[in-house]
Design a protein around this ligand. Sequence first.
Ligand SMILES: *Cc1c(COP(=O)(O)O)cnc(C)c1O
Length: 400
Amino acid sequence: MPSEDLDISTLAIRGGRSLDSHASSILFPLYQTSTFVHDAVGVDKGFSYSRVSNPTVDALEKAIGVLEGTPPAVCFRTGMAAVTTLFLSVLRAGDHAVLSEVIYGGTMRLFREILDHLGITASFVDTSDAANVERAIRPETKIIFIETPGNPTLKLTDIAAVAEVAKRHSILLAVDNTFLTSLLQNVFELGADISLLSTTKYIDGHNATLGGSLATHDEKLLERFRLIRKTIGTTQAPFEAWLTLQGMKTLPARLKLHCENAQIIAEWLEAHPAVARVYFPGLDSCEQKALADKQQNAPGGMIAFELKAGFDATIRALNHVKLCSRAESLGGLETLITHPSSTTHADVEPQVRRALGISDGLVRLSVGLEAAQDIIADLEQAFEAAGCCPASEEVRNEVR
Ligand SMILES: *Cc1c(COP(=O)(O)O)cnc(C)c1O
């Protein structure tokens, strides 16, 4: 089967996929089964029970491994199942972790609600400065976990700089690479030990499944992930794996279009009078543009922007979109729009929210593959209808 010297767009379609030995179907078969029959006691064909392993899930793991440039990945039922399995694999009572403070809400909740009670502690710091990471390290720190770009403000962390700190202290470095995937940001080349993906997002790309993966070159860690996974039952399901295998074939093609669309929309937003600020690594005005250019192959398809209007007008704008969908998640074909301060980050204290840059007017856009001009027209009419445009606001005051 295809090897590393093929182009990534070829590998996404062909990589890791062996021909079905039974009927030579072009698509790898869906083994929708809980269990496998043994030929004799102690003799099987490599599979015994789908919580442990399943041929369709195996195929997905090989395919993701090819994209990551690693041995086959370990796949999970959700991204959070991957996060949970990772921490339970490397941490025990008394251990400590250092994490990005701008991070997926579920990852923070895992520590606050579960791991804390098991005697595992964490420091959430501004990892955009590697010195903050180093200061947070304690003798009992076992892992550094960063998310870049971070959710929802797209704050970037210098992976190579944090990797240098991690190496010096002999601590594992894991990167949640969900927003970019290995195609736009190769975390292993930058010195990370583990790559985590919520395959729910760009890897599947069709808003059809939930899933997660862990990839690493370290065979001992892979073995540990598989052991914890089969013990707590966080294994990916065959049907989800099969759908993900199909969706990820177009990942390189989709990412190209996501990035193109996002660049056009970010530039339009930046020039719009209703918009105070745009966070997008593809803009020259982005404070971290140099870092983005250094560690990313492209800016990605996520945009965050701040409306000048306050909380109420921002919510009104979201309620007026007609094409964009008000929905959490990201990375699919449909453009999704969210208001973090009233939804995903509503339970974070207001001062903390503000300190993290999650203002009342902050909007997160997962740019889909509809025509950019249609997305722009939808946002324009929503800003206008909500009274977010300074001009329309003035006009309204005059009329009053
Ligand atoms: C969605 C997401 C997760 C969690 O993935 P699920 O598949 O929803 O469990 C973790 N990290 C990031 C950055 C995400 O966007």
